[in-house]
Design a binder for this molecule. Structure first.
Ligand SMILES: Nc1ncnc2c1ncn2[C@@H]1O[C@H](COP(=O)(O)OP(=O)(O)OP(=O)(O)O)[C@@H](O)[C@H]1O
Length: 230
């Protein structure tokens, strides 16, 4: 697959706040790309622009060569989990996924497949209202996987996951990228993302301040981050 995401001179202002300021980068398939930066740096706003949820003040964000909102089958191209997703508490995990699956016109078998992928099969028929934070996070990821997307965009995916969940997520994202898909993960947990990311994008006060390839013997990510965001 060619370049998965191309962000070109992307800017967004909210009144006087320049949340994202002429940011350009690409996200390539076959690797996990870490999207890092201090609180309020502009990570979520950038991800929202990539997903067509926020209109840029200037610049472009493309999925392949197409803006997200013009994709013919977005669910099969991009799966995304942004912040805590709202679920209907009275639905079971399976029913929730089936609503999404039906709306997207996907095969019924996808529901069991994604439940299995996120290790939620045993809880599939329980009401979401009784789910822990980690279970909700897994369900949100399952929802993002329904269309078997080529690109996965996750905002703080380890939130609420217990140690086993974090280990599971690490293995899952690594395998997803190894299949030749693109994974873009916004996170503050540097020690964790360092274990799986091939590349880091560091944003600070709306500006892209550093792009780095991460290899096992490259500079420690925390040092790189602290230096780039000082
Ligand atoms: N809808 C909005 N209206 C006004 N200001 C906004 C809006 N969304 C974001 N901002 C502002 O834009 C800036 C960037 O916010 P953003 O949420 O993108 O940062 P972030 O890097 O994701 O931060 P965090 O790590 O805390 O999640 C902040 O100053 C924020 O207050």
């Amino acid at each position: 697959m060619a370049t998965a995401i191309t962000v070109n001179n992307l800017s967004k202002s909210f009144g006087a706040v320049r949340a994202v300021d002429e940011v350009s980068f690409t996200v390539e398939p076959g690797a996990v790309t870490a999207f890092l930066g201090p609180n309020g740096a502009g990570k979520t706003t950038t991800l929202r622009m990539i997903l067509g949820l926020v209109a840029p003040t200037a610049g472009t964000a493309m999925i392949g060569r197409t803006p997200y909102i013009q994709l013919t089958s977005p669910i099969t191209k991009v799966g995304a989990v942004l912040e805590a997703t709202a679920f209907h508490p009275g639905l079971s995990a399976r029913a929730h996924l089936d609503v999404l699956r039906t709306a997207a016109g996907l095969a019924p078998a996808r529901v069991d497949l994604v439940l299995d992928q996120v290790d939620l099969t045993r809880a599939a028929d329980r009401k979401i209202g009784g789910f822990s934070l980690g279970m909700r996070q897994r369900l949100a990821i399952a929802s993002a996987l329904l269309g078997d997307p080529e690109i996965l965009i996750l905002d703080e995916p380890a939130n609420g996951l217990d140690p086993r969940g974090i280990a599971w997520l690490r293995g899952f994202l690594r395998a997803y990228a190894h299949e030749g898909r693109a994974v873009l993960v916004s996170t503050h947990v540097l020690a964790e993302i360092e274990r799986i990311a091939g590349r880091a994008l560091i944003i600070s006060a709306g500006r892209l301040v550093r792009q780095a390839e991460l290899t096992p013997d490259s500079t420690d990510l925390e040092n790189l981050y602290l230096e780039a965001t000082r």
